[in-house]
Design a protein around this ligand. Structure first.
Ligand SMILES: Nc1ncnc2c1ncn2[C@@H]1O[C@H](COP(=O)(O)OP(=O)(O)OP(=O)(O)O)[C@@H](O)[C@H]1O
Ligand SMILES: [Mg+2]
Length: 316
């Protein structure tokens, strides 16, 4: 399954006037979006796709095992909202006949809130939305296990009147690795690096489990012929649903790509990053866990990546 080619993925902004007109219009829409943002209670209509339950994974929400149905998606609270990033919300799924039937995560790709086309990091918004959509469809067999169940992409009009795309997916109960690592450190003094406050053997065991699960998850993604594209600690959720499924769940596929078969460097890099981000906090956790990683026999045979130079750079 190749990623679809779409002319909207490659806007031609070589003409200065066309570029300036697009930037002006996006700035106007961005101001309108600031005056009239997404808020709790904002509602969109969407027909959610049903999903196939993973045989060993988390049970899908009840609404997702029925045929495609039209629901009201009512935003509840922002999980993440940052300029230049996507707005990510927890939302209720409301059936006109039955009331609230579940909760989902929605990722809103609103062009005026993304990087503008006059910036080098610009990516056409439609490409942002459809890359993640394509990744979820490509990784369909992993849905409900290594990645969230996915209910499709929808076009919406935001409260400020701007056209946008809304990706809908399973809410993974739990915390990202970033959030978990924060609980193990005292960050109250902004002038010094966070001080480890929990270095108990139980915590080290937990971190080992996260390392192993992260490596297994990324190997499963690579086995489907794609790279995740942004393996980092805020894109890996430690799921409270374990043992129904793995300990960690990968999210955020907006930078995913299909890889050519011989590009093993890119695969290696993500394999380095996956367990590294489970211990990327301080020397008190990082060094002993790296030593353990090098000596441990990982399940299903993956070799622990050689991380020494990474860690040296990180802890020096
Ligand atoms: N399916 C999910 N279940 C639970 N939490 C989620 C889920 N998706 C996103 N989140 C939370 O929202 C945050 C942001 O989501 P995500 O990483 O997908 O967006 P993003 O980083 O803004 O995207 P991008 O990097 O493409 O700009 C995550 O770090 C996580 O805390
Ligand atoms: Mg992210």
């Amino acid at each position: 399954m190749q990623m679809e080619v779409d002319p909207d993925f490659e806007c031609d902004f070589r003409d200065e006037e066309v570029l300036q007109a697009a930037v002006d219009e996006l700035l106007r829409l961005g101001n309108a979006a600031c005056d009239c943002p997404l808020t709790a209670g904002t509602t969109f209509a969407a027909t959610l796709n049903c999903v196939t339950p993973h045989p060993h994974g988390r049970a899908p929400p009840r609404f997702a095992s029925q045929l495609r149905r039209a629901y009201a998606i009512v935003l509840d609270h922002a999980l993440h909202a940052e300029k230049g990033k996507l707005e990510v919300w927890l939302a209720h799924v409301v059936d006109p006949a039955d009331g609230t039937v579940g909760e989902i995560v929605v990722k809103v790709v609103q062009p005026s809130l993304l990087v503008l086309p006059d910036q080098p990091e610009y990516v056409p918004p439609k490409k942002v939305a459809y890359t993640e959509d394509w990744m979820y469809r490509r990784l369909q067999p992993l849905q409900g296990y290594e990645i969230p169940y996915y209910f499709g992409v929808h076009t919406i009009v935001t409260p400020s009147g701007e056209g946008a795309w809304m990706l809908t997916m399973e809410y993974i109960q739990g915390h990202t690795i970033t959030q978990y690592l924060n609980t193990l450190h005292d960050s109250s003094n902004p002038d010094i690096t966070p001080v480890p406050i929990d270095v108990t053997p139980e915590t080290h065991d937990r971190m080992k489990q996260i390392m192993v699960s992260s490596l297994e998850g990324i190997n499963a993604i690579h086995a489907r012929g794609v790279l995740h594209g942004a393996v980092q600690s805020d894109n890996i959720v430690i799921s409270t649903a374990c043992p129904a499924g793995p300990l960690v769940v990968y999210i955020d596929f907006a930078r995913g790509v299909e890889y050519p078969g011989d590009n093993t460097h890119a695969i290696d890099n993500e394999q380095y990053a996956a367990p590294l981000f489970a211990i990327k906090c301080c020397a008190a956790h990082g060094y002993p866990l790296q030593e353990w990683g090098k000596s441990a026999l990982f399940p299903n045979g993956p070799k622990y990546p050689r991380l020494r130079w990474f860690l040296q750079a990180m802890f020096s």
